[in-house]
Design a protein around this ligand. Sequence first.
Ligand SMILES: C[S@@+](CC[C@H](N)C(=O)[O-])C[C@H]1O[C@@H](n2cnc3c(N)ncnc32)[C@H](O)[C@@H]1O
Length: 228
Amino acid sequence: MITLTSPWQAYAAQTPHKDDGPHSPPARFEWGTHRWTGPGNDAFGRDLCRRTVLELGCGAGHNAAYLADQAGAHVTAVDMIDLQIRRARSYYEHISRLTLFTCEAMRFLRYGTDVYDAVYSVFGAVGLIDPAILLPAIHARLNRHRPLVFSVPHPARSAHRRASDLPQTTFLTFPDGTRRALPRWELDLSKWSTVLARSGFRLSQSWELHNPAKPAVPTTLLINARRL
Ligand SMILES: C[S@@+](CC[C@H](N)C(=O)[O-])C[C@H]1O[C@@H](n2cnc3c(N)ncnc32)[C@H](O)[C@@H]1O
């Protein structure tokens, strides 16, 4: 399988994991690199209770578990790496409103038929797939006037980065210190606004999240866009 050669497979394999049975979901929804920073699930701008929500690139499923258990949403969460989904199931399978699938995001969007009340990504598929392809596919699976919310590494997180429409080579650093190249779309807010508008979304709100110890440099760009 092509995903076995993806840097995300090595990332999953190296991420520390305790095979210790069911976990309680986290106490808060996290969008950034530092806990207890950012708006939590208020970033959706609406109550998600009994709403259907899709996560693209859920990793071990912590945020999806939070939304299903604490916010009362019916959450479908996908990740293309089977190891991540097996891990998410071992932690959170007991949560009744949570469904986890191993599936690449574009494949899930193109071949499924359900339409959702919210779609989100936390350093997941948004930013890792060409927005000109991904955003129209999300648009087709999101109800009108409902939010797409996503966080991406902030394009100004290091001095030598430049926002660009073209994919940039970034590096994924693993726990053992090795790195693998990873193409990423590094758009600034104005460029996101433009590509969102081209695909039938209006940018509604944005946030810059920071490392509290280095508040001068933003780490994360968080965007709420409404499907028109
Ligand atoms: C940095 S991790 C974030 C995981 C999770 N959202 C979190 O905040 O803990 C990125 C995840 O996106 C997944 N991913 C990357 N590209 C994807 C794609 N095209 N389709 C589905 N999942 C993808 C990776 O396997 C990885 O688990």
